[in-house]
Ligand binder design. Structure first.
Ligand code: ADP
Ligand code: MG
Length: 331
């Protein structure tokens, strides 16, 4: 049979195209979620080897679960539960000490608006119970005795309580810290593009399909609407809002971000979004700025050069820090 030149050429081109396609890195994506730390945690990782990605994601989840076991107030064996039960304090794990150190720093810089010692107040409000109610003023004031950043002292891994009744609550920072550690584990496994979202505490690693990640920030009063879109790479994006956990009584909203001065939910904001280098810091700052309110909140943010923020105030007005514009894009 005579060789058909166009056919051979065609086959050759097809073969070359196939080889080229095989040699091109095929961006695979692994997306998994797990319920932990009281929320759904989602990991999305990209790379060329699906089984390596899967292994990395499994290890990241395991690391976050380990931190939850150390830092949760709901687990009897955690450092935090042991600390709350102890009379004067105890020695904690390195990770716990690291979270407390950062929390105490934000507490000082926010003049006590961020407060790791609100455990008893949080228990009293019982927002997670079936029928939460506004506690009595007397009960609220009683939980506020002997609170504040000075009531908790850290030196090395040793934590001291100023009084035995003091209950530590890392709810405003621990999730962020766990996400940071999850990202670190993904990196250790060679992952260069990933996102972790723990109920609004996010980190965006590298780029998605060779472009920075685009994140829609939820509108605090329209559940399915995006308020603004930000574009980031290697950054934490954290939002704290009064719409996440709340109940209503006599037409008034009571949410989970407490002003340590009054013992009531803070009144100045509807939501605060922080972009920063670590999720732990962004998490703590989002809570701190929320409690401080727009003006004092923005003032405090100036002290953190790597952090920018956007605030929806209680009246719906928008505020943003000077460097925020660098992140916001048209959707
Ligand atoms: P979430 O993403 O779980 O809503 P946030 O970062 O918004 O978390 O923080 C809310 C949690 O922070 C509360 O459930 C409580 O545990 C804790 N918290 C509430 N008020 C304060 C405060 N003033 N300072 C520090 N932590 C707080
Ligand atoms: Mg927070």
């Amino acid at each position: 049979m005579p060789w058909n030149r166009p056919l051979i050429l065609g086959l050759l081109i097809a073969l070359l195209a196939l080889t080229w396609w095989r040699l091109q890195p095929q961006a695979d994506e692994v997306r998994r979620s797990q319920f932990m730390m009281g929320t759904v945690v989602e990991i999305l990782a990209q790379g060329e080897d699906p089984s390596a990605l899967d292994e990395a994601v499994t290890a990241a989840f395991a690391e976050m679960a380990r931190l939850d076991r150390l830092l949760s107030s709901h687990r009897q064996e955690s450092d935090i539960s042991r600390l709350s039960l102890s009379e004067t304090g105890l020695t904690v794990a390195t990770e716990t000490a690291e979270v407390i150190a950062l929390g105490l720093q934000v507490a000082r810089r926010s003049a006590g608006a961020f407060d790791l010692t609100l455990g008893r107040l949080k228990t009293l409000w019982a927002l997670d119970s079936d029928s939460p109610q506004v506690p009595s003023l007397a009960a609220i004031t009683a939980t506020l005795d002997d609170l504040g950043p000075e009531a908790l002292m850290l030196s090395g891994r040793m934590v001291r309580k100023a009084n035995p009744a003091l209950q530590v609550d890392l709810g405003g920072i621990a999730k962020g810290y766990a996400v940071d550690r999850g990202i670190a584990v993904l990196k250790e496994h060679g992952v260069t593009a990933a996102a972790i979202n723990a109920g609004g505490d996010m980190y965006l690693l590298g780029q998605r399909l060779e472009r920075p990640w685009r994140i829609g920030i939820q509108h605090p009063r329209q559940p399915n609407a995006v308020l603004v879109t930000v574009q980031v790479s290697d950054r934490a994006v954290v939002t704290s809002g009064d719409y996440e956990r709340f109940f209503e009584q006599n037409g008034k909203r009571y949410h989970h971000l407490f002003d340590p001065k009054s013992g009531f939910p803070a009144q100045g904001c509807r939501s605060v979004t922080i972009v920063a280098e670590s999720v732990a810091l962004a998490d703590a700052l989002a809570t701190a700025v929320f409690v401080l309110g727009p003006l004092s909140g923005l003032e405090m943010l100036k002290g953190y050069s790597g952090a920018e923020g956007m605030i929806v105030a209680a009246d719906g007005r928008l505020y943003a820090s000077d460097g925020w514009a660098a992140y916001q894009v048209e959707p």
